[in-house]
Design a binder for this molecule. Structure first.
Ligand code: PEP
Ligand code: MG
Length: 873
C-alpha cells in the first residue's frame, strides 16, 4: 500500500487502516454521491515508510503529480497558475481520530503570481491577500517551524498602525504589507526564503504532516488512548473551497444527533464568511444550523440540502455522524463525516433509540457501548436542593458536575491536581497544548468557542464536565483572575460547573448520586438477555452490597472479612486475639468479635435478598492489625501485659515478605479457632435471616490456598463448625465451601483441590503477583518505564496477562472441571475491564465479581463477550 495514491475519481471500499479516518470518509461521501471537493489520499503506510526510511517510496513523487493533475482537470484550475490557481489543503488523518494533535496546512499553492490569479478569479483582492497571509502564517508555523507569536506580533502591529479593531478591518493594501513583513521575518528567522514553488511547498507540507505523527502532543494523546504508535497517519490533499468569500459563503460543523444528550436533531453550528478553522478555534461565536432557515438569502436552501445530507449520512453509517462542511458562493461542499464522539449518556440514548427506529439491532447497540464509559452515567450530578448562585451561563458542552478551585493555565491545574486538590480549568479557549491540564481538572470553562470547539470535543471524549463559550467570562491570565459580570474570581476560588445546563456557579455545590435513564435501563436489559457470564460484586458492607444489587449484581463474589475488623472498638478485640499466647485466650478474644461479625453478615444477607454471598475467611497477615504507633493502653488493660512485652510481640510479627508469609488459610491452619469463629458467625447469621423468610446462600471461601491438604483440612474444619451451628439451631441452610485460586501451584493442582472445593474464584491480584514475581504494592517504581518502552503491553494488575497468568487460569478451569464437571468458577481480582471479561468468557468462567460501580459496565462487557465469543451453555 505504501507506494499507492488514492484519488477521488476511483471509488474504493478500502478502509481506515489504509486511508485514515478522514480519507476514508472523503471516499465514502464521494461514493454515496455527496458533493466533495476533489482530493487524493496518501495512505498511512506511506507515512510508516517515510518514518522508517526518511524518504518516500520509489517513484512516488510522479504518482503525486499524476493525482494532482486529476484535481486540476476536475476543478478546471492549475496549481500555481496566475489566472485560475488551484489551492490545496493538506491534512493529517490517522485511522482513529486524534483531534487537533497533528498538523494541517491550508491555501497551499499561493505565491506572488497565484495570489494575483486568486484576486482576479474571486473578484476579491482583499480575500486573496488574506488567504496568502494566512497561508504564510500556517505554513511558516507548521512546516518551517517559525514561532506562531512572530506572526501574531506583526499582525497586531499592523492592526494598531491602521486602527483596525479586528483582522477583517484590514484592507487588501494592509494585507500586502503584512505578507511582505511576514516574508521578511521568515527569512530573518530561518535564514531561508519562504518557498515560492508550489510543488516544493506541497512536498514539504506532506513531510511536515508525516512528522507531526511523532510530535510530543500526538505521542501523549496516543499513550493516553492506547493508540498504536506504529500506525502512522494518512495525508489528505484536497482542492480548497472557501467559506470566506462573502455573505453567501460560510463554514460549519454538525452532528446528526446531539452529541451531549443523544437527542435526534439537526445539531451544529456555522459561521458565515469564515474558514473552517475559525469554527473549531472558537474565535467568533457561531450560529446554530437549525437557525439557518430563518437567516434568509441562500441559507434556507443550504439548510434543506444539509438536512438531506444528514439523512443520507446516518443511513450510510447507521450511527451518529460528525460532519464538516463549507459553503462557497451558495454551493454546499461536504469536507468530512465520521462516526461522532459522544458522551456516555448520548452513547446509550443513540444506540437505544436507533434500535427503536429499526436502524440497528439490539446486538449492534450492545457492541457499540464502551463499557469503560458507562461509569460516567453512574457518577454525580448536582443536588437539586442545593442553592445555586449562578454567575453566568455558557454552552452546555459536556455534561456532569465539576467542582474545584479555579486555575487559569493547564500547568497550574496539573500542579493543583498533583497537590491533591480539585481544579477547574478556566481558559479564554483551550488548545491541544492544554491536554494534560484538562485531563487533571474536574471541569473546564471557556470564554469563547461553541459546542464543537476544542474544549468541548476533548472534554466529551474524556467524559469530563465542560461549559464552553461563556462570553461573560473575562480571563486575565497575567493577573491570575477573571471577571464574570463584574465579579472577580481569583486563582484558588471555588467554582462549580454544570455541564448539562451550562451554568457557572459560585462556590462548592453539593453533588448527588445519579439516576438511571429509561434508555440506559433498556441497554442493561438487553445486556442481561444476551450475556452468559453472571455478574457479582466485591462488597464488604451491607451498603456496598445494596448499591451493587441496585446496579444489577447477582450476588457477592467476594467479601473481604478483614475490613470488618477495623471498625469501632472491634480492633481492640482483634488485637487481643493477635497477642494471645494460648488457644483459650484466643478463643476468649474471638468470642468478643463473634457478635460483630454475625451482625455484619446479617446485614449482608438482608441486602442481598436471597442472592448468594461468597464470604472469604480472614486473609491478611496479622501484623496489619497492629503497629508500634497504636494506642497500647486498651491492650495492656485487657491482657495484663506490660507495654514492653506487647511492643516486643508486635515486633516479632514482622515478616520480610508478608505477602508470601503467614496469611490466608495458613492463619486458619495454625489458629483454627479464628476460622471456626468466622464460620460460626456466617452460619448463625444465615440461620437468623433464613428464619425471617428470606433465602440465604452462604459460600465460604478459603484464601491463599496452595496445596490440596490445606483444602481438605480447612474444609473439614469449616464444615464441622457449620454443621454444629445447624444442629444447634435444628435448621438446614444451603451452604458451600470453595477456594480462592491465587497461587500458581493451586492452578497446577486444581484437579486435586477440586476434590474438596465446591467452587473456585480466581484472585488475579495475587495470582498475577505470584506468577510474574512482581509485588503488587511496589511495582510503580519500574512499571511506568516498562509501559513507556512497551516492554510489557499493559499493566498486568489492570488487565489479565492472558499469555502468562491467563494460561494458568485456563489450566485451573480445565483441571478443576475434570474432577468436578460444570464446577462454578469466578474471578474476584481487579482485572474486570472489557478485555479481561472477554477472556473470562472465552475460558468458560461462570461469573465476574467487581466493585459495585463497575457492575453495569461489566454487564455490558459480558454481553459483548457473549456476542463475540458465544459458548454453549
Ligand atoms: C486477589 O488476590 O485477587 C483477591 C481478590 O484478593 P486480595 O486482593 O484481597 O488479596
Ligand atoms: Mg488475594
Amino acid at each position: 500500500m505504501a507506494d499507492q495514491v488514492f484519488t477521488f475519481d476511483v471509488p474504493t471500499e478500502i478502509d481506515k487502516t489504509v486511508l485514515g479516518g478522514k480519507g476514508c470518509s472523503l471516499m465514502q461521501m464521494s461514493n454515496i454521491g455527496l458533493d466533495v471537493p476533489p482530493f487524493f489520499v496518501i495512505p498511512c503506510q506511506t507515512c510508516v515508510h517515510y518514518m522508517e526510511n526518511q524518504s518516500w517510496p520509489a517513484d512516488y513523487e510522479a504518482k503525486i503529480w499524476a493525482a494532482l493533475k486529476k484535481i486540476e482537470d476536475a476543478t478546471g484550475r492549475k496549481f500555481g497558475d496566475s489566472a485560475k490557481p488551484l489551492l490545496l489543503s493538506v491534512r493529517s488523518g490517522a485511522r482513529v481520530s486524534m483531534p487537533g494533535m497533528m498538523d494541517t496546512v491550508l491555501n497551499l499553492g499561493l505565491n506572488d503570481e497565484s495570489v494575483e490569479g486568486l484576486a482576479k478569479d474571486s473578484g476579491n483582492e482583499r480575500f486573496a491577500w488574506d488567504a496568502y497571509r494566512r497561508f504564510i502564517q500556517m505554513y511558516g508555523d507548521v512546516v518551517l517551524g517559525v514561532p506562531h507569536k512572530n506572526f501574531e506580533h506583526i499582525l497586531e502591529g499592523l492592526k494598531k498602525k491602521y486602527s483596525a479593531a479586528q483582522d477583517t478591518d484590514l484592507s487588501a493594501e494592509h494585507l500586502k504589507e503584512c505578507v511582505a513583513e511576514y516574508r521578511a521575518m521568515v527569512k530573518k528567522t530561518i535564514n531561508e526564503e519562504f518557498p515560492k514553488d508550489p510543488k516544493d511547498q506541497l512536498i514539504r507540507a506532506i513531510n511536515a504532516v508525516f512528522d507531526s505523527w511523532t510530535n510530543e502532543r500526538a505521542v501523549y494523546y496516543r499513550n493516553m488512548h492506547s493508540i498504536d504508535h506504529r500506525w502512522g497517519t494518512a495525508v489528505n490533499v484536497q482542492s480548497m473551497v472557501f467559506g470566506n468569500l462573502g455573505q453567501t459563503s460560510g463554514t460549519g460543523v454538525g452532528f446528526t444527533r446531539d452529541p451531549a444528550t443523544g437527542e435526534k436533531m439537526i445539531y451544529g453550528e456555522f459561521l458565515p464568511n469564515a474558514q473552517g478553522e475559525d469554527v473549531v478555534a472558537g474565535i467568533r461565536t457561531p450560529i446554530k444550523i437549525s437557525d439557518m432557515e430563518s437567516v434568509g438569502g441562500v441559507w434556507p436552501g443550504v439548510y434543506k440540502q444539509l438536512c438531506d445530507n444528514y439523512d443520507k449520512l446516518e443511513a450510510f453509517y447507521k450511527d451518529m455522524v460528525d460532519l464538516e462542511f463549507t459553503v462557497q458562493d451558495g454551493k454546499l461542499y461536504m469536507l468530512q463525516a465520521r462516526v461522532g464522539k459522544r458522551t456516555a449518556a448520548a452513547m446509550v440514548r443513540i444506540a437505544a433509540e436507533m434500535v427503536k427506529e429499526g436502524m440497528i439491532t439490539e446486538k449492534e447497540a450492545l457492541l457499540r457501548q464502551e463499557p469503560n464509559k458507562i461509569g460516567e452515567l453512574l457518577h454525580k450530578t448536582f443536588d437539586p436542593k442545593a442553592v445555586r448562585n449562578v454567575v453566568a451561563t455558557g454552552l452546555p458542552a459536556s455534561p456532569g458536575a465539576g467542582v474545584g478551585r479555579v486555575e487559569f493555565t493547564a500547568a497550574d491545574a496539573e500542579a493543583r491536581f498533583n497537590a491533591g486538590e480539585p481544579a477547574i480549568l478556566v481558559r479564554a479557549e483551550t488548545s491541544p497544548e492544554d491536554i494534560v491540564g484538562m485531563t487533571m481538572s474536574q471541569g473546564i470553562l471557556t470564554a469563547r468557542g461553541g459546542c464543537s470547539s476544542h474544549a468541548a470535543v476533548v472534554a466529551r471524549g474524556m467524559g469530563k464536565c465542560c461549559v464552553a463559550g461563556c462570553s461573560a467570562v473575562e480571563v486575565d491570565e497575567e493577573a491570575e483572575q477573571m471577571k464574570i459580570n463584574g465579579k472577580v474570581f481569583k486563582r484558588g476560588d471555588w467554582l462549580s460547573l454544570d455541564g448539562s445546563t451550562g451554568e457557572v456557579i459560585e462556590g462548592q455545590l453539593a453533588t448527588i448520586a445519579p439516576v438511571f435513564s429509561e434508555n440506559f435501563n433498556l441497554i442493561l436489559q438487553w445486556a442481561d438477555k444476551y450475556r452468559q457470564l453472571d455478574i457479582r460484586t466485591n462488597a464488604d458492607t451491607p451498603a456496598d452490597a445494596k448499591q451493587a444489587v441496585a446496579f444489577g449484581a447477582q450476588g457477592i463474589g467476594l467479601t473481604r472479612t478483614e475490613h470488618m475488623f477495623f471498625e469501632h472498638d472491634r480492633i481492640y478485640s482483634m488485637r487481643e486475639m493477635i497477642v494471645s499466647e494460648t488457644a483459650e485466650q484466643r478463643k476468649a478474644a474471638l468470642a468478643k468479635l463473634l457478635p460483630f461479625q454475625r451482625d455484619d453478615f446479617i446485614g449482608m444477607f438482608k441486602a442481598l435478598e436471597g442472592r448468594p454471598a461468597n464470604i472469604r475467611l480472614l486473609d491478611p497477615p496479622l501484623h496489619e492489625f497492629v503497629s508500634q504507633e497504636m494506642d497500647f493502653a486498651p491492650l495492656i488493660k485487657a491482657t495484663g501485659k506490660s507495654e514492653e512485652e506487647l511492643r516486643a510481640f508486635v515486633d516479632s510479627l514482622a515478616e520480610a515478605n508478608p505477602m508470601l508469609g503467614f496469611r490466608g488459610c495458613r492463619l486458619g491452619m495454625v489458629y483454627p479457632e479464628i476460622s471456626r469463629m468466622q464460620a460460626r458467625a456466617i452460619m448463625e447469621a444465615a440461620a437468623e435471616v433464613q428464619a425471617t423468610g428470606l433465602e440465604v446462600h452462604p459460600e465460604i471461601m478459603i484464601p491463599v490456598l496452595n496445596h490440596v491438604n490445606e483444602m481438605e483440612a480447612m474444609r473439614k474444619l469449616v464444615a464441622d463448625e457449620c454443621e454444629k451451628v445447624l444442629a444447634e439451631k435444628n435448621i438446614k441452610v444451603d451452604y458451600h465451601i470453595g477456594t480462592m485460586i491465587e497461587l500458581p501451584r493451586a492452578c497446577i493442582t486444581a484437579d486435586k483441590i477440586a476434590e474438596h472445593a465446591e467452587y473456585f474464584s480466581f484472585g488475579t491480584n495475587d495470582l498475577t503477583q505470584t506468577t510474574t514475581g512482581i509485588s503488587r504494592d511496589d511495582y510503580n517504581k519500574f512499571m511506568p518505564v516498562y509501559l513507556d518502552k512497551s516492554v510489557y503491553p499493559f499493566d498486568f494488575f489492570q488487565r489479565i496477562d492472558t499469555e502468562g497468568v491467563g494460561e494458568l487460569m485456563k489450566m485451573a478451569v480445565q483441571k478443576g472441571r475434570t474432577t468436578r464437571p460444570g464446577m462454578k468458577i469466578g474471578i474476584c481480582g481487579e482485572q474486570t475491564g472489557q478485555e479481561s471479561v472477554f477472556f473470562c468468557q472465552q475460558i468458560g468462567l461462570t461469573y465476574i465479581s467487581c466493585s459495585p460501580f463497575r457492575v453495569p459496565g461489566a454487564r455490558v462487557s459480558a454481553a459483548q463477550a457473549a456476542l463475540l465469543y458465544p459458548r454453549e451453555q
